[in-house]
Design a protein around this ligand. Structure first.
Ligand SMILES: [Zn+2]
Length: 360
């Protein structure tokens, strides 16, 4: 009897020890095009990076279903759904089969959800979390699906897609614009002044630019402020939340082989990561993941100074993307699953598994 009791105690102890901590909230930060060297450049310029607060680190392979070098649509699909697709496709497989996203899984479990980006919201990365399309170029359709989805917070650009000019072929019945669909269910703001008076409504959209926002130096609202406001709104939901924040223009600076913009955009993104980690540290039930969809530019830092935080010599291998592995950093409950070398689909699968394990 005594032996059985001891064994029982042991089994219980092992079971408790082995149980994975499940986060109530997940914040996924995607630095578009942010490879190891982009982070290196950000660190040389800033000193200590916020993302260094993460205890878990990994490498992520990024190839798509049909190309060694992925684009942002296939990259977003892998991170959002756990499945590879062909370059250009959004949340559907190469045969056109619908793939459920982590944001949709979160919605089904009663969680609040949000998308924040420093690009137009119809662009590939935010689109891959709510829209299903064979091509990322179907931007009017993407915005329509986004407006019809259950997403609670949408901060970014692309007002022109949400509120297109009336068609010259006037349809027999008036069709609602995506903006009108949004306005029926949430507070929508269009300017910095309005954004700063937003408060914490249950659902909110900030369509701050007609198309894409400008580079970080010219954006009135830094990504960290957008991120903090999104967290403030979403964290009111007792069931928890899923938030994706994209530093979109790290990629564009890479395409232009512009090292100084890479630094400014990476630092702007890292500041936002700091806001996410501050919340996660206080909250204790939040998983924060920081990663990228691919590397852009084949970027290399070749000279500069740590003492003066300057970069003087850089090189680029391409004006496009590369097949390089990208970094992943993680903090909070569930973060251990993201340790080590993994595929981008493993990141998506683990995110979905953790959302599915959440108790409602
Ligand atoms: Zn790109």
């Amino acid at each position: 009897m005594k032996k059985i009791l001891i064994l029982l105690c042991l089994f219980t102890a092992v079971a408790v020890f082995a149980e994975e901590a499940v986060p109530k909230n997940i914040i996924l930060f995607i630095g578009d095009g942010m490879g190891f060297q982009h982070i290196t450049a950000g660190k040389i310029a800033k000193g200590m990076l916020e993302m260094e607060r993460c205890p878990v680190t990994g490498f992520v392979t990024t190839w798509s279903a049909n190309q060694l070098v992925t684009d942002s649509a296939a990259g977003a699909t892998a991170l959002a759904t756990g499945f590879k697709t062909s370059n250009g496709a959004l949340a559907q497989d190469p045969d056109g089969k619908h793939l459920k996203t982590v944001l949709e899984e979160a919605e089904e479990r009663g969680k609040a959800t949000g998308l924040v980006a420093t690009c137009g919201l119809s662009h590939a990365t935010p689109a891959g979390f709510v829209a299903h399309a064979p091509s990322r170029s179907h931007r009017a359709e993407i915005v329509k699906q986004m407006a019809a989805s259950d997403v609670d917070v949408l901060f970014g650009g692309d007002l022109d897609y949400f509120d297109p000019p009336p068609s010259t072929n006037v349809p027999a019945e008036k069709v609602e614009t995506p903006l009108e669909v949004l306005e029926q269910k949430m507070t929508v703001v269009f300017s910095t002044e309005e954004f700063r008076k937003l408060g914490t409504p249950e659902q909110a959209a900030a369509l701050l630019y007609p198309k894409h926002p400008p580079y970080a130096a010219d954006r009135e609202i830094p990504l960290t402020e957008l991120t903090s406001k999104a967290i403030e709104i979403l964290s009111k939901d007792e069931d928890g939340f899923f938030l994706m924040v994209e530093g979109s223009q790290i990629d564009w600076a890479g395409h232009k082989n512009n090292a100084s913009n890479i630094v400014v955009e990476t630092v702007d993104f890292d500041d936002a990561v700091g806001a996410g980690l501050d919340f996660a540290e206080k909250n204790g039930e939040t998983l924060v993941i920081i990663t990228a969809d691919h590397e852009t530019g084949g970027f290399a830092v070749l000279g500069g100074s740590i003492e003066s935080n300057t970069i003087e010599k850089t090189a680029f291998a391409t004006g496009g993307h590369t097949a390089s592995m990208v970094p992943l950093l993680a903090y909070g409950p569930g973060s251990e699953a993201f340790n080590g070398v993994q595929d981008n689909t493993d990141v998506g699968k683990n995110l979905i598994r953790l959302i599915q394990s959440t108790q409602k």
